[in-house]
Design a protein around this ligand. Structure first.
Ligand SMILES: CC(C)(COP(=O)(O)OP(=O)(O)OC[C@H]1O[C@@H](n2cnc3c(N)ncnc32)[C@H](O)[C@@H]1OP(=O)(O)O)[C@@H](O)C(=O)NCCC(=O)NCCS
Length: 158
């Protein structure tokens, strides 16, 4: 369990490189819906636009003076979608759960027009599912997929 005081601060341009490194972490890409590695130029353009966008809020979570992870809220109408990650060397120590809890608190106190928090999580991402469930989130949606290369490679037609 984290011992130092945990808090969120709004991200700024000085976080560009740290967020770039975290975004290209192997597990972060694997658990994202776009699994491609991100180029520095692409990241820089995206991050500048994000900082100028009033519908997106990027936070860095600290434990004392140490950056531990990041979370982003993207607002659509009265809902906010969460994207988050914990630095690889800090995973499995309870920080993911705490990060979601801090987001709930900040939205409750400072973003009162947001009525619902949503997150799209791959079914393979057990740690993230746990972070949401432990903070009172419930599953409302499933996506079923069929890989067409499966039947093609086996040489039969449906
Ligand atoms: C998902 C992620 C944010 C979770 O953060 P974390 O700090 O590692 O999670 P926690 O330590 O708070 O663990 C939360 C729960 O998941 C469980 N857990 C942790 N790693 C796990 C794993 N690999 N498999 C199954 N359960 C796991 C923990 O035991 C804990 O459960 P408990 O409360 O019953 O003990 C982190 O793994 C991460 O950054 N992953 C890559 C990016 C990502 O997947 N982001 C989320 C996209 S939706």
């Amino acid at each position: 369990m984290p011992k130092q005081k945990l808090f969120l601060r709004k991200a700024d341009m000085t976080d560009l490189d740290m967020l770039f490194e975290w975004a290209n972490n192997e597990l972060v890409r694997q658990n994202a819906f776009n699994t491609e590695q991100i180029s520095y130029e692409e990241h820089k353009k995206w991050f500048k636009e994000l900082l100028d966008d009033s519908k997106q809020m990027q936070f860095i979570m600290y434990s004392g003076s140490e950056p531990i992870g990041q979370a982003r809220l993207s607002i659509h109408m009265d809902e906010a979608e969460i994207d988050y990650s914990i630095a690889s060397e800090k995973r499995g120590m309870g920080y993911g759960k705490e990060l979601i809890h801090l987001l709930q608190k900040i939205v409750s106190n400072e973003y009162t027009s947001i009525r619902k928090l949503v997150a799209k999580v791959k079914t393979s991402n057990a740690a993230s599912i746990c972070c949401f469930r432990k903070n009172g989130f419930s599953e409302t949606y499933s996506q079923y997929e069929y890989d067409m290369t499966k039947c093609r490679s086996e040489g039969y037609h449906i």
